[in-house]
Write a protein that binds this ligand. Structure first.
Ligand code: T46
Length: 137
C-alpha cells in the first residue's frame, strides 16, 4: 500500500502557526465539498469505501486513528497534528476511531455527496476490487 500520509508546510512565528492549502499545489483536485467531523464520542465511524472519490483528511484539532485497507494490506495512521493529512485517491476501505474529545476532522472532497458512491460492506468492497482490476494492489 502506498503511504497516504503527507505533510503540509507550517508558517510559525511568535503569534502562532498558519497552514495554507491551495488547489493545484497542496491539493491536486478541485474541491467541491468540505465537511467536518466533531463532537465525537467513543464510537468508530467510516466502515465503507468509495468507488470514485478523492479526499484529503486533516485533523485540525485533537486526534483520531484512521485505518486504510486496500483488500490485502492495511495500515493505521494517527492524525494528531494539523500539518499531517491523509490523501486518498482510490477506493480504500476506511475505519476511523480513537477520537480525542477535542477532535475536529476536516475533509476536502472532489465530489458532492453521493450515497451511491459508497461501498458499505467489506465483502462488497472485495468484490468491487475483483471487478475493477485497476484498483487491485
Ligand atoms: C469518509 C469519512 C472520513 C451528508 O449529508 N453529506 C456529506 O457530505 C457526508 C460526508 C455525510 N452526510 C450525511 C450522511 C449521514 O446521514 O451525514 C451522515 C453521517 O455520514 P457518514 O455516516 O457517512 O459519516 P462517516 O463519518 O462514517 O464517514 C464520513 C464520510 O461519509 C466518508 O466519505 O470518508 O467521513
Amino acid at each position: 500500500m502506498i503511504d497516504n500520509l503527507k505533510r503540509l508546510k507550517t508558517f510559525t512565528d511568535e503569534r502562532g502557526s498558519l497552514i495554507s492549502i491551495e488547489v493545484g499545489n497542496e491539493i491536486p483536485f478541485i474541491v467541491k465539498r468540505l465537511y467536518y467531523i466533531f463532537n465525537t464520542k467513543n464510537l468508530p465511524r467510516g466502515f465503507h469505501a468509495h468507488k470514485n472519490l478523492e479526499q484529503m483528511l486533516i485533523c485540525v484539532s485533537g486526534s483520531c486513528d484512521i485505518k486504510l485497507d486496500d483488500g490485502i494490506n492495511s495500515k493505521v495512521y494517527k492524525l494528531n497534528d494539523p500539518s499531517k493529512y491523509l490523501y486518498i485517491n482510490k477506493p480504500l476501505w476506511r475505519e476511523i476511531y480513537n477520537f480525542s474529545k477535542d477532535c475536529c476532522l476536516i475533509v476536502l472532497a472532489n465530489e458532492l455527496y453521493d450515497k451511491n458512491d459508497y461501498i458499505n460492506s467489506y465483502e462488497e468492497y472485495i468484490q468491487f476490487l475483483e471487478e475493477n482490476n485497476e484498483y487491485k494492489s
